[in-house]
Design a protein around this ligand. Structure first.
Ligand code: AMP
Ligand code: GLY
Length: 361
């Protein structure tokens, strides 16, 4: 039997998994109904509230006037989120009321496209380190992957604008075994139960972006796909049963799947981006690489393409990911950065401090 794994959120939200299922294929990825977990922040917030899942307080607003009135009434900076998909660019964590007001104006001016520009969610700001947890589910049961930590900002020391993610590591010690079990019982099980109560059979991955606040984990967002660069970081740690587990999720029979083994050790990922990212980027630069991949060193292509002569060139913001595994994070990052040093293109941009939270050098 063939298995299709649908990766990105846009085709999932548009119902690609539904159409492939209707054509008789086994599909790992939610239908358009379940993908609303990512495609509508308002819908996801309402589901979380109903399910009692810990998340920041929020106010939905369907118009610019309504949003400005909420901000006025609250009289403090709130986090402003475009309701629809905005390719990770629809969120402003405002430090001042003025900044929040400008973010509202930007969204309703249609800057993030019409879908993302018709309503917003205003949120309380929460504080704490962030961690990503992935649950593979067949709609009834779930398997959790080791927690991973992303690095969203472009600049070293976690400064500058938000990006899709500049690097990651796993397993993130921020969540130990008990912490992960707490996320399962407080967040993932009730979310899945609420999806079921809505008649949604969610077969795919639920990605919970969490903030570990002083009072416990709080959901920042849900995604209906694997994270990038968390996925590249995690894959080398997952055992050979993965394909069978994904297929079992697709078929609604996770109870019959082999147990997913997790390799011991630490995985480190560093992203090489194009100059200018996350703003206007250089494109079309030739990529030279003498990196030899191995069992413990991988190179994942992202924003790359081959030209007419077969040469690999840059073609997107995040160009590639170098991922390495070792017995501890120091050694894993050393291996990843040594690998990255063997990749060259004009304007190559990367952070030297990925994993600073877990490195001693
Ligand atoms: P999102 O696109 O929802 O992942 O949000 C992007 C980033 O904005 C998150 O990774 C957080 O760093 C930040 N963020 C989102 N919501 C909040 C919140 N309620 N409080 C503080 N930071 C937030
Ligand atoms: N790494 C963040 C994301 O995939 O949304």
């Amino acid at each position: 039997m063939n298995l299709v794994v649908v990766g990105p959120e846009a085709p999932l939200a548009e119902g690609l998994a539904d159409r492939l299922r209707a054509a008789g294929l086994a599909v790992f990825g939610p239908g358009a109904d379940g993908a609303r977990l990512e495609a509508s922040k308002h819908w996801a917030k309402a589901l979380m509230q109903e399910a009692g899942v810990p998340t920041a307080g929020y106010w939905p607003a369907g118009s610019r006037e309504e949003a400005l009135a909420v901000l006025e009434a609250q009289g403090r900076p709130l986090v402003v989120k475009a309701d629809g998909l905005a390719a990770g660019k629809g969120v402003t964590v405002a430090d001042t009321v003025l900044e929040a007001r400008e973010a509202i104006e930007a969204i309703f001016s249609g800057r993030f496209g019409t879908a993302a520009g018709s309503s917003v969610v205003l949120e309380e700001r929460t504080h704490g380190p962030e961690v990503s947890v992935f649950a593979l589910t067949d709609g009834e049961r779930m398997v959790l992957l080791p927690p991973a930590q992303d690095h969203k900002r472009i600049g070293e020391g976690d400064t500058g604008p938000n990006t899709g993610g500049m690097g990651a590591y796993a397993p993130a010690p921020l969540l130990d075994r008990d912490g992960l079990e707490q996320v399962r019982s407080l967040v993932l099980e009730p979310t899945l139960a609420s999806l079921r109560a809505r008649g949604i059979s969610y077969r795919g991955v639920i990605y919970a972006g969490l903030m570990l606040t002083a009072s416990g984990p709080s959901v920042i967002e849900f995604n209906c796909r694997f994270g990038d660069p968390e996925c590249e970081t995690l894959m080398p740690l997952l055992g050979p049963e993965l394909a069978a587990v994904l297929l079992a999720c697709a078929l609604g029979r996770l109870d019959r799947a082999p147990r997913l083994t997790i390799q011991p050790g630490c995985s480190a990922c560093v992203i090489a981006a194009a100059e200018g990212y996350p703003g206007r980027i250089r494109r079309g630069d030739a990529i030279e690489s003498s990196l030899c991949t191995s069992d413990t060193l991988q190179l994942f292509h992202a924003g790359t393409e081959r030209d007419a002569d077969g040469r690999c060139r840059t073609s997107g913001g995040r160009v590639l990911a170098v991922v390495a595994q070792a017995g501890d994070f120091d050694a894993a990052f050393e291996r990843a950065y040594d690998g990255l040093a063997q990749v060259r293109f004009e304007g190559i941009t990367f952070r030297r401090d990925i994993g600073h939270q877990v490195r001693s050098r």
